[in-house]
Design a binder for this molecule. Structure first.
Ligand SMILES: [Zn+2]
Length: 234
C-alpha cells in the first residue's frame, strides 16, 4: 500500500510492540471489520535491553502480518531521545496528512517509560498542527475527528472499552512474535531479565480480562479519548 493510502485509524507508538500491547485486539478487530489501519513506530527501540533493531523489525513484520495492518512504518526518531516540539512532531504531522485518518491513537500520558509519555505528547501536538493550514503548507491540512489514548505499562481506569474477545488469540500471537522482548533466554545468551521477561504477556491478558469483566466480556481493551466524543445517538 502506498504511503499516501487513506486510512480509517492511525496508531503511533514509541517502540515496535507498544501498540500491540495496548490495542492489538482493537486493531485486529477493526481490520476484520474492513477498516484500514496504519501504525507508525517512532523509533527502532535501539536502546532496548534485549534484542537488536534488526531482530525487532523482523518481529514487527510478523506482528504486522498477523494483525493485518495496511501500513506499518518507522519515523526513525531516536530511542530515549523523543522530545516534544515541531522538530519531531512534524514527522507525525506528515503521516497524518498523508493518510487522513478519522481517528488517531497515542500512548496514555501516564506510564513508567518516559518515551511513551513523549510519544503521547508528540502525537497530541501533531494532531493539533495537522489541522493548521499555515503549518507545513506543502501538505493539505487534515482534521482528525478524535484522539484516543491506549495503555501500555500501567493500568488506569478507561473511559471506554472495546470487546476484543474474538480476536484476543490474534493479539497474543502478534505479541508473541516479539520473542526478543518477552521470552527469557538461556544461560550464556546475551540478555538480561526485565519486567517484560517476567510474565508480562500474562499481565497484558489479565488487564484485558479486568477491563472486560464489568461488561461480562472475556477480554476488552481500554481507552481514554481526548475531549468529548460526538455520538449520533444514545
Ligand atoms: Zn515501549
Amino acid at each position: 500500500m502506498s504511503e499516501d493510502a487513506k486510512l480509517d485509524l492511525l496508531v503511533f507508538a514509541a517502540h515496535p510492540d507498544d501498540a500491540e500491547i495496548g490495542m492489538g485486539g482493537t486493531i485486529a478487530k477493526a481490520v476484520r471489520e474492513g477498516q484500514a489501519v496504519g501504525l507508525y513506530d517512532l523509533t527502532y527501540a535501539e536502546m532496548s535491553s534485549n534484542g537488536d533493531p534488526d531482530t525487532r523489525q523482523r518481529e514487527a513484520a510478523e506482528a504486522t502480518a498477523l494483525l493485518g495492518l495496511a501500513v506499518r512504518g518507522n519515523l526513525e526518531l531516536p530511542d530515549r531521545g523523543l522530545r516534544p516540539g515541531t522538530a519531531q512532531s512534524d514527522k507525525l504531522v506528515e503521516a497524518i496528512r498523508r493518510h487522513r485518518p478519522r481517528a488517531v491513537f497515542a500512548p496514555y500520558f501516564i506510564d513508567r517509560h518516559p518515551d511513551h509519555i513523549a510519544c503521547s505528547r508528540l502525537t497530541e501536538e501533531a494532531v493539533f498542527n495537522a489541522k493548521l493550514r499555515r503549518h507545513m503548507p506543502e501538505l493539505a491540512a487534515w482534521t482528525v475527528d478524535v484522539l484516543y489514548f491506549y495503555f501500555i505499562n500501567d493500568v488506569h481506569t478507561p473511559q471506554l472499552v472495546v470487546d476484543i474477545t474474538e480476536v484476543q488469540p490474534v493479539k497474543m500471537a502478534a505479541l508473541s512474535a516479539y520473542r526478543s522482548q518477552f521470552e527469557p533466554m538461556g544461560e550464556g545468551e546475551d540478555w538480561v531479565p526485565t519486567p517484560l521477561t517476567a510474565g508480562y504477556l500474562d499481565n497484558v491478558a489479565a488487564r484485558d480480562r479486568l477491563f472486560g469483566a464489568p461488561h461480562r466480556l472475556a477480554y476488552a481493551e481500554g481507552f481514554i479519548p481526548k475531549g468529548p466524543v460526538k455520538m449520533e445517538r444514545l
